[in-house]
Design a protein around this ligand. Structure first.
Ligand code: BES
Ligand code: ZN
Ligand code: ZN
Length: 489
């Protein structure tokens, strides 16, 4: 569906040609493209400014029914994310017109002072991701996805980067799978159903799949997962996905928070806070989709995904504030608030993974705290680690993929705030400040000496409004990030 393609504009018949336009410089190295851009810029209503566009129908210079010019703004402001958004906008514009194929002109990398690989990756990603809509529940499917998205490049570029489009497509399919899971309503992804869906996708790949059902969780004493899941009629599960190639020397483990609906439990959330709580399994979706992607990419690394899945509901069987529970690793936890459930299911999964697999690196991904979204907004995730190198690597992958992350501290003295008079630890802080930090510190008590990082995606996991290459709803934030991270030595 995605293709880098050398095109002779004089000969080729094109349905829709998209030309990105810079406000203050010609960024193309094809005579016809430059000529068309010059003509467009002569019009009063188009200056090439960011988000401007104009369409020519059947211009004499090319055999294209329509040529759509998309403004990028000033040269100094052109960065990979702008190209990603431009490609997403291009695709969306054409799907709303019910077209089925487009050709997007790729700017000359030198003229925009970027590496060709960076330019191509960004444009391919924006195009692929922008072509997805979640319309499973609509009778009237308004916009069909494009069947063909071609990118016009020089023949030598098409040859050199021949494998890039399928690599990008593989990763973006992971992002889209995660988006679909997050967008699925909670009544259709209760723990048993969500588990089945993950297992179905995982089994299509070379992954070892293990599911611990309620009975197994009881037998192995996963006290925290069982406590959180107790209020729901759909019982908890824990899924383990393993990708283990023979030549692997190192093991990376991911844990993803899988709360299929977070009502808050007995500490019931407010109406406003309940609204997006079907997305509280985003960490699980990210980890499962990453493992499925990894199995297609086949790196020489062992990768494990552990996904605890529960529904946090109030009922006569639900766990209560004041309860004391025993976690998998033996520590007792006093429940201060049943809405701080994510950290509980994570500690059981993390201590299990540390004990059973002894991974070199452990990373958990979770929509853990509203406090993190308050601190960093809804576009940036919080990263916590005692290992600054690991945190920096995550932040760097975030920069590259534009799944942005910001490191927050893990101050030792804040651990005081988690003290309990009756149990080994409290699941909430005694202070109402710094909730993202105290949640991360709570997790840190259960990873032993393992090199560990926690990524709080409460902000960026879910979009209220659609953006250039993502519809409203689940964003799949984290799949591209983790896949990029795994490519690093
Ligand atoms: N799932 C929520 C966190 C969340 C909030 C995710 C907003 C996405 C958007 C989590 O389980 C939660 O409820 N956390 C509480 C913790 C508190 C009780 C200490 C919170 O953030 O308020
Ligand atoms: Zn909660
Ligand atoms: Zn939650």
């Amino acid at each position: 569906m995605l293709k880098l393609k050398p095109v002779d504009l004089k000969k080729e018949i094109i349905t829709a040609l998209i030309i990105p336009v810079c406000e203050d410089q010609d960024i193309h190295d094809d005579g016809i493209l430059s000529l068309l851009v010059k003509k467009a810029l002569e019009l009063k209503e188009f200056k090439g400014g960011k988000d401007e566009d104009i369409t020519f129908y059947n211009p004499p210079e090319v055999k294209s029914e329509r040529v759509i010019f998309l403004g990028l703004g000033k040269l100094e402001k052109i960065e990979p994310e702008l190209l990603r958004q431009m490609a997403g906008r291009a695709v969306k514009k054409c799907t709303t017109k019910n077209l089925s194929e487009i050709l997007i002109a790729v700017p000359a990398a030198k003229k925009i002072k970027l590496e060709m690989q960076t330019v191509l990756e960004a444009m391919l990603e924006g195009g692929f991701l922008g072509n997805h809509t979640f319309d499973k529940y609509k009778k009237d499917k308004k916009h069909k996805p494009l069947k063909k998205i071609d990118f016009m490049v020089k023949p030598e570029v098409a040859k050199k980067f021949g494998k890039l489009s399928s690599r990008v497509a593989t990763v973006c399919k992971g992002t889209i799978l995660a988006r679909e899971w997050v967008n699925t309503p909670s009544n259709h992804k209760r723990p048993d159903q969500f588990t089945r869906s993950i297992v179905t996708y995982a089994k299509k790949e070379e992954l070892k799949v293990t599911v611990l059902a309620e009975k197994d969780l009881r037998q192995k004493k996963f006290g925290a997962i069982l406590a959180v899941g107790a209020g729901s009629s759909s019982k908890p599960r824990m899924i383990v996905l393993e990708y283990s190639p023979k030549k692997a020397k190192k093991t990376v483990a991911f844990v993803g928070k899988g709360v299929t609906f977070d009502s808050g439990g007995i500490n019931l959330k407010s109406t406003a806070a309940l609204k997006a709580m079907k997305s509280d399994m985003s960490g699980a979706a990210i980890v499962a989709a990453t493992l499925i992607t990894v199995a297609k990419q086949k790196p020489a690394l062992k990768v494990i995904g552990v996904i605890p899945v529960v529904e946090n509901m109030p009922s006569g069987n639900a766990y209560r504030p004041g309860d004391i529970i025993k976690s998998y690793d033996g520590k007792t936890v006093e429940i201060g608030n049943t809405d701080a459930e994510g950290r509980l299911i994570l500690i059981d999964a993390m201590s299990y993974i540390v004990k059973k697999y002894k991974p070199e690196t452990l990373i958990d991904v979770a929509t853990l705290t509203g406090a993190c979204a308050v601190a960093l907004g809804d576009k940036i995730a919080g990263v916590f680690s005692f290992d600054d190198k690991l945190a920096e690597a995550i932040v760097a992958s975030g920069k590259k993929t534009h799944e942005r992350c910001w490191q927050l501290p893990l101050p030792d003295d804040y651990k005081e705030l988690l003290k309990s008079d009756l149990a080994d630890i409290h699941n909430v802080s005694s202070s109402s400040w710094g909730g993202a930090i105290t949640a991360a510190l709570f997790l840190s008590e259960f990873v032993g000496n393992t090199r560990w990082a926690h990524i709080d995606i409460a902000g960026p996991a879910y979009n209220d409004k659609e953006s250039a290459y993502c519809g409203a709803g689940g964003t799949g934030f984290g799949v591209r990030l983790l896949c990029d991270l795994l490519e690093k030595p």
